[in-house]
Design a protein around this ligand. Structure first.
Ligand SMILES: Cc1cc2nc3c(=O)[nH]c(=O)nc-3n(C[C@H](O)[C@H](O)[C@H](O)COP(=O)(O)OP(=O)(O)OC[C@H]3O[C@@H](n4cnc5c(N)ncnc54)[C@H](O)[C@@H]3O)c2cc1C
Length: 388
């Protein structure tokens, strides 16, 4: 078995494949020596925790679970010949492969905003240097200045993420730059946990956070990264710090291997996460189409468990049976204030895909301090479940 991508989906899949059948030979291909977690990165930007807390390592996977890890880039995948090619031109054969490559950015979607512009106006939607750049820019914001977050269209990685970021930036600014403002220029007319976020911003940071929906500003048309101006259909917005989160698609290896459809994402059968375009290749995490599940680390972990179980069953000639998946997303608005949303998902033979069996948000009057404590406990337990 070959697993491509050493993030939340790929690592969980590799580990749970070994737990499902220790006799399986599992090779995990990961691009970087260490993985940097996006969950927790908004807290780094707001100075609530140091960047070093985002680092995850792969040693336990080998030592405790017998997964072979290989640091490199998968540059090609031939589904017919069942081989993965690596950047050094070596290749690895497989019986089945699991891909969890995360997302890539659609750099040409918004005129003026490409990879080069992101070095001045960071997206910080992949943890690391971009997180650090945005953290520094927030610190050097002029007194009374404006931070603007441009929020992307659906579907994208972490639907509540831009709004969590806005709240945590306001948390920082309230203490260090109280006349500053956070504007969210949205390409949507509604967003995840909207009522809870609006209520929380108003309670904690009255007048500091403003959400501008697409219904009042229309589409984003052009970005001037040098002058930090966003031109929309009906106006223009100038910022002192500009955080642009661009539209997204599946990680590039999925496209290179011909596993994406015209949406840019990977269609799968959610009973096993096998590609509907190449049945021996499974795609999990942000890259696959698993709506109505959101694209989150929790969801990627849930896909990975269903997928690992199904692959072990299929290799042994057994039917994997019906899947049941779960997602639970916490968002912080301050260190002692968190909100959450949850969903349970099942396979519907009639729909031929996943449906939500139950969903819910924490009530408006819930104890936010308790929820913040639970969010921290989740972060800790989740890391242990994925990285061992
Ligand atoms: C600011 C922010 C906050 C977030 N907070 C939360 C949260 O609180 N809770 C939550 O559940 N989710 C959260 N998320 C979402 C979460 O980060 C993603 O949904 C999750 O990382 C998806 O896992 P994945 O395995 O699909 O992709 P990733 O975690 O991105 O892993 C993909 C890995 O594959 C590697 N890779 C890609 N292509 C190749 C290749 N060709 N060869 C080798 N390696 C390759 C990449 O380098 C990467 O390491 C947040 C995201 C952001 C941006």
């Amino acid at each position: 078995m070959v697993v491509v991508g050493g993030g939340y989906g790929g690592v969980t899949a590799a580990r749970y494949l070994k737990l499902a059948d220790p006799r399986l030979e599992v090779v995990l291909i990961h691009r970087d020596r260490e993985y940097l977690s996006c969950p927790g990165s908004n807290e780094v930007i707001a100075g609530m925790q140091p960047a070093v807390r985002l680092v995850r390592r792969y040693e336990q996977l080998t030592r405790r679970y017998g997964v072979r890890t290989l640091c490199g880039e998968a540059t090609g995948l031939d589904a017919d010949r069942r081989i993965v090619t690596l950047g050094d031109r070596s290749s690895l054969p497989f019986d089945r492969a699991i891909l969890s490559p995360g997302v890539a950015f659609r750099w040409s979607a918004w005129e003026g905003y490409g990879e080069e512009a992101s070095r001045r106006c960071p997206h910080a939607w992949q943890a690391g240097a971009q997180t650090e750049l945005l953290r520094k820019q927030l610190r050097s914001l002029r007194p009374g200045g404006t931070v603007m977050i441009v929020a992307p269209p659906n579907p994208y990685r972490c639907p509540p993420g831009p709004y969590e970021r806005a709240g945590l930036m306001a948390f920082y600014l309230k203490r260090h730059n109280p006349r500053a403002k956070v504007l969210i220029l949205d390409t949507k007319t509604q967003f995840s946990k909207q009522a809870l976020f609006l209520h929380g911003w108003n309670e904690l940071y009255p007048g500091m956070v403003e959400w501008i929906p697409a219904s009042s500003e229309g589409e984003v048309e052009r970005i001037d990264a040098d002058r930090r101006i966003v031109y929309s259909e009906f106006g223009e917005h100038r910022a002192d710090v500009l955080n642009v989160i661009p539209p997204q698609k599946a990680g590039s290896i999925a496209e290179v291997a011909g596993l994406t459809d015209k949406s840019g994402w990977c269609p799968v059968d959610p009973r096993s996460f096998a590609s509907t375009l190449a049945p021996d290749i499974h795609i999990i995490g942000d890259a696959c189409i698993a709506a109505p599940m959101p694209k989150s680390a929790f969801a990627a972990n849930s896909h990975a468990k269903v997928c690992a179980h199904a692959v072990a069953a299929l290799l042994a000639g057994r039917d994997p049976g019906p899947p049941s998946l779960i997602n639970h997303c916490y968002s912080f608005l301050a260190p002692e204030y968190a909100i959450s949303i949850t969903g349970v998902y099942e396979y519907s033979p009639g729909e031929g895909g996943l449906v939500a069996a139950a969903t819910g948000e924490t009530p408006m009057d819930a104890d936010r301090k308790t929820e913040a404590r639970q969010a921290r406990a989740w972060q800790k337990n989740f890391q242990a479940d994925v990285f061992g």
